[in-house]
Design a protein around this ligand. Structure first.
Ligand SMILES: Cc1cc2nc3c(=O)[nH]c(=O)nc-3n(C[C@H](O)[C@H](O)[C@H](O)COP(=O)(O)OP(=O)(O)OC[C@H]3O[C@@H](n4cnc5c(N)ncnc54)[C@H](O)[C@@H]3O)c2cc1C
Length: 399
């Protein structure tokens, strides 16, 4: 049996981008639904380190680049939401850390780089007085300087739960393999069909928005679109778990002039109560060349080199690979803004960073307004929840 459902907007992909947009659109009165193929946030969002960047990392090059500009307003936008005063009420989302730090080795070049970065951020980066160092750095046996950045860290599991909470009746699980798009003479998608066992569903909509991260590529090809092009950047992330490990939130800046910190550490709680250090940065970028055993060996050596006073003798290590997905620009550069590409009545979107999600939603909503797309759909008689299941929220890999 085939049932038909009509709506204003169909969003594909329930990572942070799709869920954020669903919240914004429904708040504006749009009839919008979100279709998820796996688990909510189970792509990049749950794998992210949850750092809401203030742009310092990009300012390390010494110039106030477009990326640093675009990102500088984001911490304030997120904080408004976390206080229940922004675009979305995120009072239920937990902060993992109010502050993010940068640990700079004593070498001249790294100090210079830090100086340039802080100068271009107009004094928003403060060197921490030694007496105010977190306990872990008070015990340091090597010389270095600690800076406090305008960044903070959110808990992505509670972020996802909060974004889903108010919209759960508008979020559905689909079998992406059963998806067929039907285009009309103008090239627009007129409707799509998805099936669930013997039942199939026809969904009509005026606008389709792909926010499926790495899955955008498959959707673009299934819909027969030509323009939106994407790229992936693989990372080999590492985590280390040990009870009693202090919670640490820090970029470790090395002696090279690379824009990527040597090591980026965030701390998370495992279900058994122990602390997990989640390790990214240059280690994860260069680590794609290493197998799992080699990556854990490299991570162990790096952590010991940076923090020789730390005892990790009975720690449990793990690692996994994950792709960052973003728009492919017509040059060799990485995108530095939230981006979308339009073709027919489809918008294919990437936030580029978790931090830039509010900016992506702004851009998509501005686009709809510019195209005079306003809420129109009437209430449907088809109950989607009887035809499609509900996806679960992803959990962190160490849990
Ligand atoms: C290791 C790592 C660390 C990071 N750390 C940070 C950080 O600290 N700070 C920061 O600002 N950014 C960070 N990022 C970037 C950030 O995580 C991403 O930019 C952001 O999460 C992307 O969100 P998204 O919703 O576009 O994609 P995703 O989170 O990947 O979500 C895509 C969703 O679409 C679903 N999907 C896939 N195919 C289909 C389909 N055909 N139909 C329907 N649904 C589909 C997936 O199951 C998934 O739920 C990090 C990224 C990685 C990989």
């Amino acid at each position: 049996m085939t049932s038909t459902y009509s709506t204003d907007i169909v969003i594909f992909g329930g990572g942070v981008a799709g869920l954020w947009l669903l919240n914004r659109l429904r708040k504006q009165g749009f009839h919008a639904i979100l279709l998820e193929a796996h688990t909510l946030g189970g792509g990049q969002t749950i794998a992210s380190q949850g750092i809401i960047h203030g742009g310092l990392k990009y300012a390390l090059s010494g110039s106030f680049s477009a990326t640093a500009e675009a990102i500088a307003d984001m911490p304030a936008r997120w904080r408004q939401c976390l206080q229940g005063e922004g675009d979305i009420d995120l009072r239920g989302c937990c902060l993992r850390s109010e502050h993010y730090y940068m640990w700079s080795e004593a070498g001249f070049r790294s100090r210079l780089k830090t100086f340039l970065g802080s100068k271009s951020l107009r004094g928003r980066v403060q060197a921490v007085d030694k007496s105010a160092y977190p306990e872990f750095f008070k015990r340091a046996t090597v010389a270095g300087t600690l800076y406090q950045l305008p960044d903070f860290v959110i808990d992505t599991e509670s972020l996802l739960a909060e974004l889903v909470r108010k919209q759960e009746h508008h979020i559905y699980r689909i079998d992406a393999e059963s998806l067929v798009f039907y285009r009309n003479g103008k090239g627009d998608i007129d409707h799509l069909t998805v099936s669930n066992g013997d039942d199939s569903l026809r969904i009509e909509s005026r606008q389709f928005i792909f926010c499926a991260g790495e899955g955008n590529k498959g959707l673009v090809s299934r819909a027969g679109l030509l323009k939106p092009r994407s790229q992936v950047r693989p990372l080999h992330m590492v985590y280390v778990k040990k009870s009693g490990l202090p919670a640490l939130y820090v970029h470790c800046i090395g002696d090279s002039f690379s824009l990527t910190p040597k090591l980026t550490i965030t701390s998370h709680a495992a279900v058994d109560g122990s602390t997990v250090w989640y390790l990214g940065g240059e280690l994860a970028e260069t680590g794609v060349e290493r197998n799992a055993a080699e990556q854990v060996t490299a991570a162990t050596a790096l952590v010991q080199e940076l923090f020789p006073w730390l005892d990790l003798s009975d720690a449990q290590w793990g690692c996994f690979t994950i792709n960052r997905a973003e728009a492919k620009l017509g040059n060799k550069f990485r995108p530095d803004h939230a981006l979308y590409i339009e073709e027919a009545n489809v918008l294919v979107a990437w936030p580029t960073k978790l931090t830039l999600t509010p900016s992506l939603a702004d851009k998509l909503i501005e686009h709809l307004a510019a195209k005079s797309i306003t809420p129109m759909a009437k209430d449907n008689t088809v109950e989607l929840n009887k035809l499609l299941g509900q996806p679960k929220i992803a959990t962190a890999v160490w849990n």
